[in-house]
Design a protein around this ligand. Sequence first.
Ligand code: GUN
Ligand code: ZN
Length: 451
Amino acid sequence: MSIPTPASLPAWPDAVATPARLALRADLLDFDADPGFAPPASAPGVRWRPDHWLLVEGGRIHGAVPGAQPPGDDWLKVDRSGSLVLPGFIDTHVHCPQLDVIASYGTELLDWLNTYTFPAETRYADPQVAAEGAMRFVDALLAHGTTSAVVFPTVHKVSADALFAESDARGMRMVTGKVLMDRHAPDGLRDDVVQAERDCIELIEKWHGHGRQSFAVTVRFAPCSTPQQLKMAGGLMRRFPGLYMHTHVAENRDEVRWVAELFPEARSYLDVYGSAGLLNERAVLAHGIWLDDTDRALLRDTGAQIAHSPSSNLFLGSGLFDWAGAEAQGVKVSVASDVGGGTSLSMLRTLADAYKVQAMQGTRLSAWKALYAATWGAARHLGLGSEVGRLEPGFMADFTVWDWAVGPVSTHRDQVARELHERVFAWLTLGDERNLQAAFVAGNRRFRRAA
Ligand code: GUN
Ligand code: ZN
């Protein structure tokens, strides 16, 4: 394989806003079906177009043509030959305010929340902290190659408003909503049912369906909401069809025991949400490690998805999620960084952790399945499968441009790769945000690596 070194590539044009017609030359990788847990050599769905011009017009993908057949002079041509282009990553569970506590030492979930997370989130009552935090966060997502996300802000309405505003300003597809938590949290980090409902409705009316913004009824987790608040949340879902729901479930064994004490009438932790009318095909539940077969059947029947968060599960010592087992029972699974329980916004690092979590259980996660899950797979599970996640005509031009290798080890590993899966798997396993050259959202370049 002949691999140009990144240093030999021309610089990006200076303009941030892309002209109406952009052609970008690189190796194109995307997916048109779920590769599943099939061996890499026989996995379906892989679309590999080496050395092609990706054509972008009016913020959408227009098509692709072979490198030797460049489009006409009415296209701005940017030659990034030897780079890799993928659809932008979709992180289905991540916390904006937790950039303040990422990489905090020494605790499991409930202790970690009380020691680090809740105090940090309290500061987001301040509109300036919320605005600065939202800006830092969305720019960090883009700098890691993530162009769409399902995000927890804080309990404060202003934190959700700031996040919507920053995402909207960049034209990103964002799913978020004010966090609901009316008990078991410190002063300054609790709402009440009436005010929370009012705040949610105001945010829904302002942001849901505005540009690419979508509102999620965001229940922190069952222990932080009274039954009355869960009922109110279910009521919002019924009153405003098309909302998402976002929460945590069955992450940690002490948490599961606590939920059983708090909701003795519930069959299980998941049943607390089901009984409140919170499960449907737009529900995203992070973790789901400690579920049983009845729970998995409920997820399957309602169409709710698990946002598997391997980095967080390892860091907080929560457990090993059985991805292949869940899918075999019909559960939809996407992948998430869960920063700050997770230790990186990089979906490459997150997927590399997912590989290891599956390996611990005797399952092999191919690069195809991993990358599909973080692009079109997530889009489909979110009901966005016609908008994002593929390099297909008509899709939004949300895509990322990557170096195959950075530094001597990954450069050497790349050069000795004998076939495509080997090469892509090594890239995924060794790569991170340092490999990212640029990120485009709706055809506009929103991140460019500093020279
Ligand atoms: N459960 C409830 N809140 C949180 C949170 O902020 N992070 C994680 N990982 N789990 C939670
Ligand atoms: Zn989380």
